[in-house]
Design a protein around this ligand. Structure first.
Ligand code: NAD
Length: 294
């Protein structure tokens, strides 16, 4: 079966490769030519536009930065809806605002095109391994129809509810991850300033109640001073912005999210926006003049 894949960055590249390895014919498109070329080497075919990809494929996956990019690719000029036939399925795996997902779902439905929001958690390593956690909003029968494709890229795919529910779930995920990295950074700065080796602290507490997937993934990066992305600070700013906006709309108060957002804004202003979000530790390093290193 032919699957279209639009958005071939840190995540889209390995996800498209996994579809290829599973035997799907993959037609790709990205505005950055180098990113298309990397996938051509792996054996995919290139489309000349999002519209052209949609003309060729019944299933189209998008993996783009944020709501405006997904709207351009799906509803814009030379976009997916210009090329899609009735019955086409769009799986948007980008992390975007739930309200934007609902707007896109409506525009697709009016054209007889099916759409689900299916953002992911797990980052680049799990995108490479095909073990992402996938959270889905939209029509249940569409989820069932594409379940096997989702499971090529993920270790789990959970139906969360109507259109937008996947991205609401992802916002909850992103709040927890950001606050967890900030908590880890704050605690490890405390122990570093008090003179205890951060590696000893990590070894001592990772198996206890404070241990977490975030701690296991990010402490080794922090103690090595390796902030290569991974998941970029600028993308986490985007997610927390969507979380704060959604929180204001639905009457949920997010004081801790707002605090971590300010740390991310400082890092962005200092030119660290393209660093991995484990770089939240660099906020603490900057204000204390101390680094958390082994
Ligand atoms: P990225 O910036 O590496 O890749 C995005 C790609 O989209 C780029 O190649 C870019 O050129 C392309 N693009 C942008 N506008 C386009 C357009 N109009 N037409 C075609 N292509 C276009 O980002 P990423 O890290 O791969 O993240 C993609 C999405 O996945 C984001 O929503 C992000 O929040 C989410 N996500 C990322 C991670 C991670 O660890 N990187 C983890 C989970 C979820």
């Amino acid at each position: 079966m032919k699957v279209g894949f639009i958005g071939l960055g840190i995540m889209g590249n390995p996800m498209a490769k996994n579809l290829l390895s599973a035997g799907y014919e993959v037609v790709v498109y990205d505005v950055i030519k180098e990113n298309v070329d990397k996938l051509l080497e792996a054996g995919t075919k290139a489309g000349v536009s999002s519209k052209a990809v949609a003309e060729e494929c019944k299933i189209i996956i998008t993996m783009l930065p944020n709501s405006p990019h997904v709207k351009t690719v799906i509803m814009g000029e030379e976009g997916v809806l210009e090329g899609a036939k009735e019955g086409t399925i769009i799986i948007d795996m980008s992390s975007i605002a739930p309200l934007a997902s609902q707007e896109l779902y409506k525009a697709c439905t009016e054209k007889g095109v099916k759409m689900i929001d299916a953002p992911v958690s797990g980052g680049e390593p799990k995108a490479i391994d095909g073990t992402l956690s996938i959270m889905v909003g939209g029509d249940k029968e569409v989820f069932d129809e594409v379940y096997d494709i989702l499971m090529v890229m993920g270790a789990s795919a959970v139906y969360c509810g109507e259109s937008g529910a996947g991205n609401t779930t992802k916002l909850a995920n992103q709040v927890i991850v950001a606050l967890n990295i900030a908590a880890v950074s704050e605690a490890f700065m405390l122990s570093t300033k008090a003179g205890v080796d951060p590696i000893k602290v990590f070894d001592a507490i990772k198996g206890g109640l404070a241990g977490s997937t975030v701690m296991n993934a990010k402490v080794p990066m922090i103690t090595e001073g390796n902030f290569k992305p991974g998941f970029k600070i600028d993308l986490h700013i985007k997610d927390l912005n969507n979380a704060l906006e959604t929180g204001h709309e639905v009457g949920a108060h997010l004081p801790l999210t707002a605090s971590v957002m300010e740390m991310l804004q400082v890092l962005h202003a200092d030119g660290y926006g393209q660093n991995d979000h484990s770089g939240i530790a660099q906020y603490y390093e900057k204000i204390t003049g101390t680094t958390i290193r082994k």
